[in-house]
Design a protein around this ligand. Sequence first.
Ligand code: CA
Length: 220
Amino acid sequence: MRILLVEDDPMIGEAVTIALKDAAYAVDWVRDGTTAGSALEHGEHQAVLLDLGLPKRDGLEVLRRLRETGNKIPVIVITARDEVEDRIKGLDLGADDYLVKPFDVDELLARLRAVVRRQGGQAVPVLTNGKVSLDPATREARYGDIVALLSAREFALLHALLLRPGAILTRSKLEERIYGWNEEVESNAVDFLIHGVRKKLGASLIKNVRGAGWMVEKMQ
Ligand code: CA
């Protein structure tokens, strides 16, 4: 899962980036509103953390333009304690949630999981598909009787597949979900991760669709 972080404060930006990476997200960090706007046009991200006070274009304007184009990506607005009015404006403009600085990183992660889950139409915190389940809070995966803890990137891979069971994801789509802009991706990185997940959960869960990509079948 790939997150766009829009934050001009270097200390907060750095701390949030580290926390997100630790929690298995790929993160792209931009520091002003216009760069955020163009980054969002590419549709590579699954959620946005958006500071409001930004150089070049403020966060509310970024949000307004985003929603105007019909983009429904989950957005969590980050505000200072005294910006109550902006927070309300943000929610009115289509933000999904907000956080008040200084915030606790665990709270940020929980809110992020919640907005992404709502986006995927999942009412419960654990992603399930038949006998497969994946808990974003612990990175624990279950497949039938097998229970395994996944690495950050194995989790990101299986999460991407489980969000849309039955859909084939190409190598580049998977790489896009797992890695950020500044990360070097080895050509066999996806194969390596799939091998890792299969080793932990069995070979049958992730299907290889020859020449197209990979999928997890939709199960009852
Ligand atoms: Ca700011």
